[in-house]
Ligand binder design. Structure first.
Ligand SMILES: Cc1cc2nc3c(=O)[nH]c(=O)nc-3n(C[C@H](O)[C@H](O)[C@H](O)COP(=O)(O)O)c2cc1C
Length: 184
């Protein structure tokens, strides 16, 4: 859960810096981030959240993450790197947020066409994710009953043999992974 406590400007700058320094194919840096922080802008932008993400309406900042295929390497056999490079940058931002005591929660539950209209994002860009940013909170009143039930425990991951292989596709990597994902 996220609280409505404002995030200090220096911490927002640190998040930007973490993403800015991320690796990308040919250093193309295809990511475009709109940091929505102003009250009026946020109120309007939050109307594009899906109902299941009502919990995110408390956040003091939401980052809209967009990119387009032509801004990054586009190589043989469907290797469209713009999504990968952008995902890496957001991964760096998430790690930095965690270091700073913040939540940076990516979501796919939003209306991308509305996001483009509200923020003026060009049509040829894909709005890949929103990152819900803020300090952790304890008020769960905006969660559905289902969300309240799953929130306290991190969901179980697939057994590693299903998606980690040794030497050949389909040969399970023998990782000793009976442990659940650690609680944070
Ligand atoms: C691409 C992506 C989209 C996601 N979309 C949503 C979302 O719309 N709403 C939500 O509450 N969480 C969303 N999540 C969070 C995941 O549901 C969550 O990371 C996953 O269940 C694993 O839980 P954990 O991060 O606590 O280990 C999303 C995560 C990713 C990476």
């Amino acid at each position: 859960m996220v609280s409505d406590k404002p995030i200090e400007d220096e911490k927002v700058d640190a998040l930007v810096e973490a993403a800015r320094l991320s690796a990308s194919c040919n250093n193309n840096q295809p990511w475009r981030l709109v940091l929505v922080r102003g009250k009026a802008a946020l109120d309007t932008f939050k109307t594009s959240l899906s109902r299941g993400n009502a919990w995110a309406t408390r956040a003091p900042m939401i980052i809209a993450v967009a990119a387009r295929v032509s801004d990054d390497c586009d190589l043989s056999d469907n290797r469209h790197y713009f999504l990968f490079s952008t995902g890496l940058a957001i991964g760096q931002l998430e790690l930095r947020a965690t270091e700073l005591g913040l939540i940076a929660h990516p979501i796919a539950g939003f209306d991308p066409l509305k996001a483009k209209e509200i923020l003026g994002i060009p049509q040829d860009h894909v709005v890949i994710t929103y990152v819900i940013c803020g300090y952790p909170g304890t008020d769960d009143s905006l969660l559905s009953d289902k969300q309240k039930a799953i929130e306290p425990v991190r969901p179980i991951r697939k057994p590693s043999g299903e998606n980690f292989f040794l030497d050949k596709w389909g040969s399970p990597y023998p990782f000793k992974d009976s442990a659940p994902a650690p609680q944070i």
